[in-house]
Ligand binder design. Structure first.
Ligand SMILES: [Zn+2]
Length: 181
């Protein structure tokens, strides 16, 4: 999804994932925080463009690193072409990943992942995983690879909390579809 970057609400994101002409298998969702911009720095589209410029001009990436950027207000901004491998974890682990960045610095004492932004994070993980019939556990936090010293996606975010929330969303949706709820 090349520029212009577009903001999607959760329903529009789900529709985009469902109708996208995928040409690669996704095996895993990678979760990062931006660290900068933090919540207080966020300006919407100009912030997405600034990240794209930083990644391409200063870091030498072919495009913005991430497939989507999840804003503090819960909007899901498109980024790198979803058929392209992201600039995610490195360590020969980028192929097969769908990468998102949650805007904020989620290290303890800074921003909090909550409300609409948290809902969008859980939804993005769930929607992408379901499109590729992946289990909830097909989620990687950047800090889980031993080659990095980063705390990404932030020390205030517990992986088990995220996994449980994704599982809860999935079971709620599935039981709703089958008429059990
Ligand atoms: Zn990261």
């Amino acid at each position: 999804m090349p520029p212009p970057f577009r903001p999607l609400a959760i329903d529009a994101f789900a529709e985009a994932v469902a109708t996208y002409a995928w040409r690669r298998p996704v095996l895993r969702v990678d979760m990062h925080h931006t660290w900068f911009p933090a919540h207080a720095d966020w300006q919407g589209e100009p912030s997405v463009r600034a990240m794209a410029t930083y990644h391409t001009r200063d870091r030498g990436f072919e495009d913005i690193a991430q497939h989507v950027t999840i804003a503090p207000d819960g909007l899901i901004w498109t980024g790198r072409d979803w058929n392209k491998t992201p600039a995610s974890i490195g360590c020969n682990m980028n192929p097969g990943a769908f990468m998102f960045e949650a805007v904020g610095n989620f290290d303890i004492g800074n921003d909090e992942l909550a409300g609409a932004q948290r809902d969008a994070v859980i939804a993005v993980i769930d929607i992408v995983q379901r499109r590729f019939a992946l289990p909830v556990q097909a989620l990687l936090f950047h800090r889980e690879v031993p080659q990095t010293i980063k705390t990404c996606p932030g020390t205030s975010i517990e992986k088990l909390d995220i996994l449980r929330a994704v599982a809860r969303r999935r079971s709620t949706l599935l039981s709703g579809r089958e008429g059990l709820s």
